[in-house]
Design a protein around this ligand. Structure first.
Ligand SMILES: Cc1cc2nc3c(=O)[nH]c(=O)nc-3n(C[C@H](O)[C@H](O)[C@H](O)COP(=O)(O)O)c2cc1C
Length: 436
């Protein structure tokens, strides 16, 4: 264990209040019996939520189901953005500003639509994938493994967050197509190298460096709902848990969630969360990024996630990145950050047709995926759209979210008159309406 980790452990062990110790030890005592009863009780407790999942006809329905199952602080973390959440709302609204000009009498039938495309060098069934989102066992105890299983079923690419609560290996075992590991910028290069080595060992081929998270955004909804990871067992958190029994029981009867980024650290999750927060390095710059690209070597592609400006896009390519990922972190960082879809045509124009571009932010429908491709993205990443499903119903919920999006991608292509996703060219088919 490195000295930095040992210090974090010592600090955390001294910081627990008596109330926290009481709740933690009560939960530890009850966990084995709760675990034994899990196969019988959980399906009963989850019945209503699963009913909502089955009845869902769109992502908004899954969002409502997620809100009704998740602990309020967890839902605040999942659904919220920074400040007044203007960036978050605008990123979604920007898609409704785009209008199609569709062809008619194009003769494309139900079996004539091909959605396959290449993402970071590998072929997948759809031009979208499941993006890296932290702490998924917090949303549902099956976490990233459930996400990976659903992505596997639909042959979709998946990027795993460095702040995963399931192990690298478990996720890779659940889905071979989970080939991208997303990385944050950490101070301790030795630790970072260790993570890179383990990622290579686990079979990750691509690395996505998230560059827009060196400072943490002002998430007011999280503060209001007393969000902490792991739970601090404050009175507010304990009272709120009682209002969400299926979530609370699932949490109490399973292995407590913790970040898996530092696996040898068998210390309390509180210390790990703090340690990780302290590891974020706002000073990380282009020179560090170039170091990272070299460190990853020929393993696969290196992607820069969080690009918004044209000059940064250009510089990223010059610095050795293989692909650009346009994102405002789901409206969770800089309030009033521009919608990624608005910047997509500008960045495409600057870097030319040869550069691989991914875009995310605000995608809630299959038609949004097709719009992004039409405007010049090679692929599209979805975040909350699948997390709502995971939160509401674990694997079944993610599967449902993916079914909804897949159906809509195909329907949009059929109605537009496009037989292949790779032939969609936005120039003459998409018109911005009052686009700011
Ligand atoms: C709950 C949550 C956790 C996230 N965690 C991460 C993360 O660990 N790493 C990362 O690069 N981005 C993270 N993001 C941002 C997503 O990767 C993605 O950029 C964003 O969710 C896209 O917007 P959308 O949710 O509207 O689809 C997170 C987003 C959410 C909603």
């Amino acid at each position: 264990m490195s000295a930095a980790i040992q210090n974090a452990v010592k600090k955390a062990l001294n910081e627990k209040t008596i109330w926290q110790r009481v709740v933690t030890s009560t939960l530890d005592t009850l966990r084995p019996s709760a675990k034994a009863l899990h196969p019988i009780l959980m399906p009963v407790l989850d019945r209503l939520s699963m009913h909502r999942v089955h009845k869902a006809v769109n992502i908004e329905d899954l969002r409502n189901a997620a809100q009704q199952r998740a602990h309020p602080m967890v839902y605040a973390y999942l659904d919220g953005g920074s400040g007044d959440e203007r960036s978050l709302k605008r990123s979604i609204d920007s898609f409704s500003q785009l209008q199609w000009k569709h062809a008619v009498l194009h003769g494309i039938g139900n079996n004539g639509v091909n959605t396959e495309t290449t993402i970071l060098g590998k072929k997948y069934a759809m031009p979208y994938f499941l993006t890296s989102c932290a702490g998924q066992r917090m949303f549902h105890a099956d976490g990233e493994v459930a996400t990976a299983q659903a992505a596997n079923k639909h042959n979709l690419h998946m990027a795993l967050s460095q702040l995963t609560t399931s192990s690298f290996q478990d996720v890779r075992n659940a889905h071979e197509g989970a080939k991208t590991l997303q990385l944050y910028v950490w101070k301790d290069r030795a630790l970072l190298k260790d993570i890179l080595d383990r990622a290579k060992e686990a079979g990750f081929e691509n690395l996505a460096l998230t560059a827009d998270f060196s400072w943490v955004g002002n998430r007011e909804r999280e503060v209001r709902n007393d969000f902490t990871i792991p739970p601090s067992y404050s009175l507010q958190q304990c009272v709120a848990a009682v209002t969400r029994l299926p979530w609370a029981y699932d949490f109490a009867s399973r292995e407590p969630y913790r970040y898996q980024a530092v696996p040898e650290a068998k210390f309390p999750a509180t210390s790990l969360a703090k340690f990780i927060a302290e590891q974020m390095k706002p000073e990380f710059n282009w020179t560090d990024a170039e170091w990272l690209c070299k460190e990853w070597g020929n393993q696969g592609k290196v992607v820069l996630k969080g690009v918004i400006r044209e000059d940064d896009a250009e510089r990223a390519i010059k610095s050795g990145f293989d692909a650009l990922w346009i994102s405002n972190h789901g409206g969770r960082q800089l309030e009033d950050a521009i919608s990624p879809i608005v910047q997509l045509p500008n960045i495409r124009a600057r870097v030319g047709s040869g550069a691989e571009i991914i875009v995310d932010g605000g995608i809630r429908r299959g038609s949004d995926v097709v719009k992004a491709i039409a405007l010049g993205a090679n692929s599209v990443a979805i975040g909350r759209a699948y997390l709502y499903g995971l939160t509401a119903g674990g694997y079944t919920g993610v599967d449902k979210a993916l079914q909804i999006i897949n159906t809509d991608v195909k329907l949009t292509m059929g109605l537009m008159g496009y037989s292949s996703i790779n032939n969609i060219n936005g120039k003459d088919i998409i018109v911005p309406r009052d686009w700011q």
